[in-house]
Write a protein that binds this ligand. Structure first.
Ligand SMILES: O=C(O)c1ccc[n+]([C@@H]2O[C@H](COP(=O)([O-])O)[C@@H](O)[C@H]2O)c1
Ligand SMILES: Cc1cc2nc[nH]c2cc1C
Length: 337
């Protein structure tokens, strides 16, 4: 067990490593010498410098990268909060294993090792409108399942999830961690209609009321209104930070996993890139609160790490330019007047 107790998780969250300042400045200096007007590769330049800092090298690379996809089931689905039945979670895990899902195609193209972790699908979390979603032991197990997917030799980790009903858990996590009106965090998820959206908001309001007097730290919030796959993402992101592995986040649900962590330590998102901005309406608000500027905005709202995988193509382009371009001196190109 990497996080042996809730206290060990809290201690890790309180003690986040910083990026390597000398690798960051070496990469920035290299960018200034490459054969292009300063800043002309825009965000690609920032991505290369960002990865240099977290990978501790002037020329970051992606030799080994993993897409970790976590699946969990949710007791809150008894309230009719999803357009699909809970059985789809296990069916989609089988589809991931058979190679037929979007993430299979997209992780392959992006050069990512795909690791699918199904978390106790036969035992949904408790209905969090009337009980904590998980016991302490269950939440700890999920955090550790996430942490276990992070190897120290990974150059990059992308995270994703599959869990019918989890857009309601994500909304509850955001509302409890970050405030705002509950309705701001509610959206169609897999495609519920207007009545479904009203129902989801009512469920989240009830859950916030039920847990109002409970402790508000990250572990308790994940345990009370999160889910196993969401806690696993939180554990993976925190473990990646400890090991110096940069992370690409996916959509609203993946990103919601770090909302409670950010409430305790706002620096948690510093090693994360937002791969994309999902069409789920809360995502744009959540990214702004975390200080994350998404790389892509393609109207995607699938989950399962799909947007993060597509963003890896852009990240690879950023690193290829940073690594392979000639400097003004090498190419004998005249510098700016
Ligand atoms: O991540 C997103 O932005 C996202 C937006 C909408 C839906 N999803 C996926 O849809 C499922 C959650 O939707 P729902 O309606 O069952 O709460 C879950 O399996 C997610 O992967 C994911
Ligand atoms: C079919 C299907 C695929 C998914 N992938 C991630 N969430 C999903 C939800 C559904 C319903």
């Amino acid at each position: 067990m990497i996080f042996a107790s809730p206290e060990a998780f809290r201690a890790a969250l309180a003690d986040l490593p910083a990026p390597d300042a000398s690798a960051t400045s070496a990469a920035r200096a290299r960018q200034a010498q490459l054969t292009k007007p300063a800043g002309s590769l825009g965000r690609l330049e920032e991505v290369a410098v960002f990865l240099a800092g977290w990978q501790h090298r002037e020329r970051p690379r992606i030799d080994r990268a993993r897409a970790a996809i976590f699946a969990g089931n949710h007791g809150v689905t008894v309230h009719g909060v999803s357009a699909f039945p809970s059985s789809v979670t296990a069916q989609m895990v089988a589809n991931f294993e058979a190679g037929g899902a979007a993430i299979n195609a997209l992780s392959d193209v992006a050069g990512l090792e795909l690791e699918v972790v199904a978390l106790d699908l036969d035992t949904p979390t408790a209905d969090f409108t009337s009980a904590p979603a998980m016991t302490e032991a269950e939440c700890l197990a999920a955090l550790n399942a996430g942490a276990a997917t992070v190897a120290s030799d990974l150059d990059l980790l992308t995270v994703g999830e599959m869990g019918i009903g989890n857009s309601t858990a994500a909304a509850a996590l955001c509302a409890r961690s970050l405030g705002r009106n509950v309705a701001d965090w509610i959206g169609p998820g897999t495609g519920v209609d207007a009545e479904g959206i009203v129902r989801k908001a009512e469920v989240v309001r009830r859950a916030l009321g039920f847990h109002a007097d409970a402790p508000r730290d990250a572990f308790e919030t994940l345990r009370r209104v999160g889910g196993r796959e969401i806690a696993a993402i939180a554990g993976a992101v925190l473990r990646a930070r400890q090991l110096g592995v940069p992370v690409v986040l996916d959509g609203f649900i993946s990103t919601s996993a770090i909302a409670p962590l950010a409430a305790d330590n706002p620096a948690i998102a510093a090693h994360c890139i937002a791969g994309h901005c999902s069409a789920e309406p809360g995502h744009v608000l959540l990214l702004a609160r975390l200080g994350l500027d998404p790389l892509l905005s393609l109207g995607m709202r699938l989950g399962e790490g799909s947007g993060a995988a597509v963003a890896v193509g852009v990240i690879r382009s950023a690193l290829a330019a940073h690594d392979r371009m000639a400097t003004f001196a090498e190419a004998q190109v005249s510098a700016k007047l």
